[in-house]
Design a protein around this ligand. Structure first.
Ligand SMILES: Cc1ncc(COP(=O)(O)O)c(C=O)c1O
Length: 304
């Protein structure tokens, strides 16, 4: 696949559309040196960004947590995103929004830097985030060596680029070990999430998911909980120790990029995916939601 910096099209950068090749930043940029940088990933379905206002709200929150404010209001970012998607003629795709501190200082303190924002979008080829038959076969997870830091030790509620070094290293290790992704525990040894998705378990018809104490408030997670509520599927949110992997009868991960993906294996524990009615109903419910044919309303205050 063509590297991202060699593609063509238009990217929205700091207030207007620029040619893809011109959307550059200098090597002496605070965001690069000190990870003063946040981002969002948004899906496009049938030409329309899904849950765009929620993603813009989270981008703003993420920046605020890193002690900077976006230069543009929500309406401007919303319009910019629609313009980028329209300019590229995307039907099924992915949007990446970024905000970062500029080049005025190269030192830790950054009270007076400029803040930059970009929105780029591209078509997603089928099977980009998971093998085409992953919904049927499920994916495999391995427990990561690194743990998610507690909220006292890192800005875990921010979708901050810096937090993703844990995810990148953990996922690289997982892929090298022959797994599809890693499952991260928190500082207390409780299950948190995968490297780019939240995690759910099923046990005897009930859904179980960890709290978001050490992770971002997931938009897809909120969709799943809303669908469960609508479907009358009971769910519990609480601490899950690693022993829960063996106590559960099924698992899945969910996120903007991967949507809902059943998990067939965590470390040495295997799940029988056939006949897991709860996961089947949630997958159908999510597909209805993204297709715009679902009565389910997802609450805007999604963090729980
Ligand atoms: C670390 C991490 N956890 C969870 C998620 C899922 O969040 P969402 O459903 O809002 O995409 C993502 C993806 O954004 C993520 O990167």
């Amino acid at each position: 696949m063509l590297p991202f910096d060699q593609r063509t099209g238009q990217i929205w950068l700091d207030g207007g559309l620029v040619e893809w090749a011109d959307a550059k930043l200098h090597v002496l940029t605070h965001g690069l040196h000190y990870a003063s940088s946040v981002f969002e990933g948004v899906r496009v379905y049938a030409g329309a960004p899904f849950m765009l206002r929620e993603h813009i709200a989270r981008l703003r929150t993420s920046a605020r947590i890193l002690d900077f404010d976006l230069e543009h209001d929500d309406e401007t970012l919303h319009r910019a995103t629609l313009d980028v998607v329209a300019a590229a003629g995307i039907t099924e795709g992915y949007i990446r929004m970024n905000a970062w501190r500029g080049s005025e200082v190269i030192q830790t303190a950054a009270l007076k830097t400029s803040v930059h924002t970009s929105v780029a979008a591209w078509e997603i080829p089928a099977g980009y985030y998971a093998a085409a038959d992953a919904l049927r076969t499920g994916i495999s997870l391995v427990t990561a060596d690194y743990r998610r830091p507690s909220p006292e030790y890192a800005p875990v509620k921010s979708k901050a680029a810096g937090n993703y070094m844990i995810g990148t290293v953990s996922k690289n290790h997982a892929l090298r070990a022959g797994f599809d992704d890693a499952m991260l525990l928190d500082d207390r040894g409780h299950i948190v999430e995968a490297t780019g998705a939240h995690i759910f378990f099923t046990r005897g018809g009930t859904l179980h998911t960890p709290t978001t104490r050490c992770t971002i408030d997931g938009i897809t997670r909120a969709c799943v909980l809303a669908i469960a509520g609508h479907e009358g599927i009971p769910y519990e949110i609480g601490d899950l120790g690693p022993e829960f992997v063996a106590e559960a009868d099924g698992a899945f991960i969910c996120g903007t990029a991967c949507e809902i993906l059943p998990v067939a294996r965590i470390d040495d524990h295997h799940y029988d995916l056939r006949g897991n009615e709860v996961i089947g109903r949630l997958v159908t419910g999510y597909h209805d939601l993204i297709a715009g044919r679902s009565p389910v309303e997802v609450p805007h205050a999604w963090g729980r």
